[in-house]
Design a protein around this ligand. Structure first.
Ligand SMILES: Cc1cc2nc3c(=O)[nH]c(=O)nc-3n(C[C@H](O)[C@H](O)[C@H](O)COP(=O)(O)OP(=O)(O)OC[C@H]3O[C@@H](n4cnc5c(N)ncnc54)[C@H](O)[C@@H]3O)c2cc1C
Length: 430
């Protein structure tokens, strides 16, 4: 049997593409390497038997696609608790904290005002550019921490033009941490997948993609499968591990070869009480003496007090060298210093290290780490039909987020529908 379209990867990009293609009237098969759907959106069960998001979790009103999906599948929007004071480490006065925040925002705004195509920044890393800025050492350090925490990379590995181009597409005006889903973000991925029973093959990594004649053959651990079109809905670093026969055109092969995965550890700590609220704190902690560490309150309700802690970039690399007990001890020491000794009294402390993940490569997303690879994203977006690429990284809006994954999946699906001469954006069930 030759399928109309085979999609490699059942993350939000692959599932959104599958939905659009099926709604457009095509026969779709999704092949997923893991034993579950969701990709970088994942839920785990902690020692208390509670399901929580160990991967992508937050969304906000400025992300229309994921908000609409949450509504469509009846998910519960939980507002991330933010009432109370932020905690800065090391401690500083409110005025000092505000001044540092403003200086950090000013650097980011100044950076984003640069044309990413400006030859003056062509060969500069974020670190190089920052050294040329007039800001004081504390403001620069805060900015480095922001980049390491959000892009999960050392600042000298990130071309400044890439960061500008990427950051300009992240356009939320309210906090990206505004909401999370009571049922978990992963439950939303499962809702999307539920409509494809029998059309998603789990534990089926795609190892090789062969093109001959009009069709494409995918070599999988379960044997070969054929399709007229293929959408590779995996992060670029993962796509680069698939063998292509014949090899991809040189431009495309190079475009796949320039990405680097981020390193991030997500931790979730459950408590008996939201003790930080006793001191009118909101549970959000920004560390300034260590880059890439961040905590916030994700209590679902009074009965489920919880903090999530993220360690991104070089910090994640350092922490993963130590044992999990050492990692927990370091994080608890820091939380106790910030929020009080009760931070040590966890009911559960779950750790998910995404760095070097076998099917994601890392998190939150891949970046272009080659200073001259300005065309990499465009080359991947164009693909080499009937082979197409989709993933959050390639989205024109919210790259690196669930929102971006949905958008990229849909855009790629539309291109495939057009090549079948089918109308786009029409739901035949309506
Ligand atoms: C710790 C963490 C926290 C995050 N927090 C947020 C957040 O709060 N909000 C937010 O919006 N975003 C967040 N993100 C980012 C968000 O999760 C991702 O941008 C998004 O889920 C990516 O979706 P995708 O479909 O592009 O890729 P993926 O989710 O990576 O999906 C790709 C799929 O392809 C599969 N695959 C890979 N190789 C193969 C192969 N050869 N054969 C078959 N299958 C293969 C993978 O197993 C995976 O299921 C977070 C990410 C991480 C890691």
């Amino acid at each position: 049997m030759v399928h109309d379209v085979i999609i490699v990867g059942a993350g939000f990009a692959g599932l959104s593409a599958a939905l659009a293609l099926r709604d457009g009237g095509l026969d779709v098969l999704v092949l997923e390497a893991r034993e579950r759907t969701g990709g970088r959106v994942e839920a785990q069960v902690n020692s208390l038997g509670e399901r929580y998001d160990s991967g992508g979790q937050f969304l906000c009103q400025d992300m229309p696609q994921v908000m609409a999906l949450a509504k469509r599948f009846g998910k519960t929007l939980m507002t991330t608790p933010v009432d109370g004071a932020f905690t800065l480490q090391p401690e500083m006065s409110e005025e000092e904290g505000q001044a540092l925040w403003d200086a950090n925002v000013a650097i980011r705004d100044r950076m984003n005002a640069i044309d990413p195509a400006d030859p003056a920044v062509r060969d500069l890393s974020v670190w190089d550019w920052l050294q040329r800025q007039p800001d004081d050492v504390h403001a620069k350090s805060a900015f480095c921490s922001t980049v390491e925490g959000l892009w999960c990379q050392p600042t000298d590995a990130v071309p400044i033009w890439y960061l500008i181009d990427n950051d300009r597409r992240i356009t939320n005006e309210v906090s990206e941490l505004q909401y999370f889903l009571g049922e978990t973000m992963h439950a939303l991925a499962e809702d999307l997948a539920a409509g494809f029973e029998g059309h998603i093959h789990l534990s089926t990594p795609v190892l090789e993609i062969r093109r001959s004649g009009d069709d494409v053959t995918l070599v999988t651990s379960q044997g070969p499968l054929q399709a007229r079109h293929v959408i590779i809905a995996v992060p670029p670093v993962m796509a680069n591990r698939i063998v292509f026969s014949p090899p991809l055109p040189a431009t495309l092969a190079r475009a796949l070869d320039v990405w680097r995965s981020g390193t991030v550890i997500k931790m979730r700590l459950r408590y008996a009480r939201a003790f930080w609220r006793d001191q009118d704190r909101n549970g959000m902690v920004l560390w300034r003496d260590i880059h890439g560490l961040f905590a916030c309150d994700t209590s679902r309700d009074e009965d489920h007090p919880a903090l999530v802690v993220f360690a991104g970039g070089p910090l994640a690399l350092r922490l993963r060298q130590s044992s999990e007990d050492q990692l927990r001890a370091e994080v608890l020491d820091r939380l106790a210093a910030a929020l009080g000794a009760e931070a040590r009294d966890t009911l559960d402390f779950s750790v998910r290290d995404w760095s070097d993940d076998p099917w994601s490569g890392g998190g939150y997303s891949d970046i272009v780490a080659n200073f001259s690879a300005h065309n990499a994203e465009n080359a991947l977006r164009a693909g080499t039909p009937p082979i197409h690429f989709a993933c959050s990284e390639l989205s024109p809006s919210f790259p690196g987020y669930v929102e971006g994954a949905i958008i990229s999946g849909r855009i790629t699906a539309e291109a495939v529908l057009k090549s079948f001469d089918l109308p786009v954006g029409v739901d035949p069930r309506e």
